[in-house]
Design a protein around this ligand. Structure first.
Ligand SMILES: *[C@@H]1O[C@H](CO)[C@@H](O)[C@H](O)[C@H]1NC(C)=O
Ligand SMILES: *[C@@H]1O[C@H](CO)[C@@H](O)[C@H](O)[C@H]1NC(C)=O
Ligand SMILES: *[C@@H]1O[C@H](CO)[C@@H](O)[C@H](O)[C@H]1NC(C)=O
Ligand SMILES: *[C@@H]1O[C@H](CO)[C@@H](O)[C@H](O)[C@H]1NC(C)=O
Ligand SMILES: *[C@@H]1O[C@H](CO)[C@@H](O)[C@H](O)[C@H]1NC(C)=O
Ligand SMILES: *[C@@H]1O[C@H](CO)[C@@H](O)[C@H](O)[C@H]1NC(C)=O
Ligand SMILES: *[C@@H]1O[C@H](CO)[C@@H](O)[C@H](O)[C@H]1NC(C)=O
Ligand SMILES: *[C@@H]1O[C@H](CO)[C@@H](O)[C@H](O)[C@H]1NC(C)=O
Ligand SMILES: *[C@@H]1O[C@H](CO)[C@@H](O)[C@H](O)[C@H]1NC(C)=O
Length: 219
């Protein structure tokens, strides 16, 4: 009985340590014991879920950017959101989080409309995949993907369908690696000075993260 309790506890904490993409629905369930056991969020680029999986949800998304709703379980985490084009994506070469985010608090993070890169070559019917990477203080990364099709008539989530949990907040992490060039009109100053309330001492340790997880590169 004690052993069972311990096992359940261990399973629960493993599940706790992972995250879900609630919208657009993730490619496959990568959470908990009911997932396909070959899927693990430790695996890049998409938790071991193949990009050509049959019967995966492909959610219509507005051409100017759509909603993203995450279920987060950590006290805080860095978040990178990348996008790749095509119906079986292996190259997530567009970043939607430049600068990337430092998210604090657990629960639901819902962004009604994620901005897209100006040069994203998509039209009505273009297929794509979103890759969400969460990175802890130790640099360990968790991966999840969701598949979308850009659609002229798709709509974003509104109202109660897209709300943030109380106490949850996001701070963009501007580092020397992703700061705007000197003299441009960005929010950042280059170097390791504090920007947007970000802890200056922690900045240098996350500078490498910006290079590694933006654009879906692997370690
Ligand atoms: C589990 O995932 C693997 C890889 O996608 C697939 O080959 C296998 O059929 C899946 N098993 C089940 C029960 O869905
Ligand atoms: C998916 O891709 C893998 C390798 O990339 C291939 O072996 C497999 O046959 C493909 N499955 C489908 C359903 O196309
Ligand atoms: C991203 O990769 C796709 C192919 O997967 C390519 O068509 C596109 O030009 C690339 N874009 C950039 C900005 O590298
Ligand atoms: C957030 O974490 C606290 C403490 O672990 C827990 O009690 C609470 O249920 C969690 N809330 C959500 C929305 O996950
Ligand atoms: C939206 O457009 C697609 C084609 O791009 C079409 O298949 C679909 O039926 C349309 N949906 C609605 C609700 O109009
Ligand atoms: C949730 O928080 C994020 C990050 O601060 C913000 O971009 C988004 O607009 C918020 N969502 C809602 C529904 O207010
Ligand atoms: C940015 O510009 C200022 C003023 O022109 C200059 O003093 C500073 O050294 C520059 N910083 C970098 C990193 O180039
Ligand atoms: C920066 O933006 C402000 C307003 O947002 C503007 O007044 C200022 O001229 C801009 N500076 C440069 C160098 O573009
Ligand atoms: C991100 O937020 C956490 C907790 O809120 C904090 O401990 C950490 O220093 C922050 N990271 C940066 C780079 O500021």
């Amino acid at each position: 009985m004690a052993a069972l309790a311990l096992l359940l506890l261990a399973t629960a904490s493993v599940t706790q340590a992972h995250f879900g993409i609630e919208y657009p629905p993730m490619r496959a369930n990568t959470l908990g014991s009911s997932r396909n056991s070959s899927y693990s969020q430790w695996l890049q680029p998409c938790a071991g879920v193949p990009g050509n999986l049959t019967d995966r949800p492909i959610t219509p998304w507005p051409l100017s950017g759509g909603s993203l709703k995450l279920d987060l379980h950590h006290p805080w985490t860095y978040i990178f959101i990348n996008l790749g084009l095509g119906s079986d994506v292996s190259n997530f070469n567009y970043t939607l989080t430049n600068p990337f985010w430092n998210e604090t608090g657990n629960g639901t993070l819902c962004v009604p409309k994620l901005a897209l890169p100006a040069d994203l070559p998509v039209t009505d019917g273009s297929q794509a995949s979103l890759q969400v990477v969460t990175v802890g203080d130790d640099g360990n990364a968790l991966y999840n993907c969701a598949d979308i099709v850009f659609s002229a008539n798709a709509t974003a989530l509104e109202g109660n369908a897209c709300a943030n949990s109380t106490g949850l907040s996001v701070v963009p992490v501007v580092t020397a690696a992703n700061a705007p060039a000197n003299g441009t009109n960005g929010t950042a100053k280059t170097g390791t000075g504090a920007v947007n309330g970000v802890n200056a001492a922690a900045l240098s340790s996350v500078m490498a993260l910006a290079m590694v997880f933006a654009l879906g590169m692997s370690l």
